[in-house]
Ligand binder design. Structure first.
Ligand SMILES: Nc1ncnc2c1ncn2[C@@H]1O[C@H](COP(=O)(O)OP(=O)(O)O)[C@@H](O)[C@H]1O
Ligand SMILES: [Mg+2]
Length: 277
């Protein structure tokens, strides 16, 4: 099965590469596995773009076991970007209530493995499939995943905060907030960040301002006045990169020495260095 379109391997990457689906699924993660939750106050901010790019960077450049968990139920994005839209792949809707009692055989069927060592779990296309969020399922699903992966990057759509009580569930160790640079987006991001701040004392947070070069951006001072939080990274919009990630996959963009790629790489590196690995 060819699911390898994204896979131009970095020559400097010395780590062991997964050769076949499922081979790299032993329980290798340390107990202190790191869950990074990526979210935006509204759609179109580039949350999925940033999550995908950072997960891919971490898989390419480090020797840790990285999972990208896409929680966008009813959305096709990951299937398109990773070229796994041929109906041959399982999604977390297929495992139903087994989400709460993950064993290795379930995981092996669910996780899609790429040559660059990135692992991916995709959402069901049916927007009504919510078993994963019911009762204690999500908590247990995540605990199961923590046993198998060193880093779990969750693409977490905003509306899920309605279903998942992050004060109750130990959902994430780090938060990455992606915002557009306009004044409305920044104000909405502030609400989101305050919400997390109230639920978690001292959340490890990163604030990313995306597409800062194409939107009516507010000044860095105006930004800091509203958010009272330092910006970790300003990511430009790049039309060629948007085309490439959607047609050739996320691995491919790292072949280009462009400002956007350098910004993403630096941010990924910073996040990586600040994890408890
Ligand atoms: N900095 C960027 N450069 C180029 N394309 C981007 C950038 N940020 C987002 N995109 C593109 O913009 C579109 C919307 O981004 P997406 O990540 O889907 O937003 P969200 O997940 O927040 O709804 C996608 O086609 C994505 O590839
Ligand atoms: Mg998205």
């Amino acid at each position: 099965m060819d699911h390898m379109k994204t896979l131009t391997r970095d020559k400097n990457n010395k780590k062991e590469i997964v050769s076949e689906r499922g081979e790299n699924m032993q329980n290798t993660a340390k107990p202190e596995s790191n869950v990074i939750l990526f979210s935006s106050a509204k759609g179109g901010s580039g949350c999925s773009f940033i999550t995908t790019a950072i997960s891919t960077y971490l898989a390419r450049k480090t020797s840790v076991n990285v999972l990208l968990l896409d929680l966008n139920t009813g959305k096709r994005d990951s299937r398109v970007i990773f070229d796994v839209d041929d109906g041959n792949y399982k999604d977390y809707g297929d495992i139903g209530n087994a989400a709460g009692s993950l064993d290795t055989s379930v995981l092996k069927r669910l996780v899609i493995n790429f040559d660059n060592s990135l692992h991916l779990i995709i959402p069901p296309l049916d927007p009504g499939k919510k078993e994963i969020l019911e009762g204690d399922n999500f908590n247990r699903f995540l605990e199961g995943l923590r046993d198998h992966f060193d880093i779990i990057c969750i693409d977490f759509p905003y509306h899920l905060f309605r279903y998942i009580d992050i004060g109750e569930i130990d959902i994430a160790d780090r938060f990455v907030f992606v915002s557009l640079p306009d004044i409305v987006s920044i104000n909405n991001t502030r609400i989101l960040m305050e919400y997390i701040d109230n639920a978690k004392t001292h959340p490890g947070s990163y604030l990313v301002i995306n597409k800062y070069n194409v939107r009516p951006a507010i000044s860095p001072t105006g930004l800091t006045n509203i958010l009272k939080f330092p910006v970790s990274s300003f990511i430009p919009y790049d039309r060629d990169i948007e085309f490439l990630i959607n047609t050739r996959g996320p691995d491919y963009i790292f072949n280009y020495n462009l400002r956007i790629v350098r910004s993403i790489s630096e941010l990924s590196q910073k996040i990586y260095e600040e994890l408890d690995l």
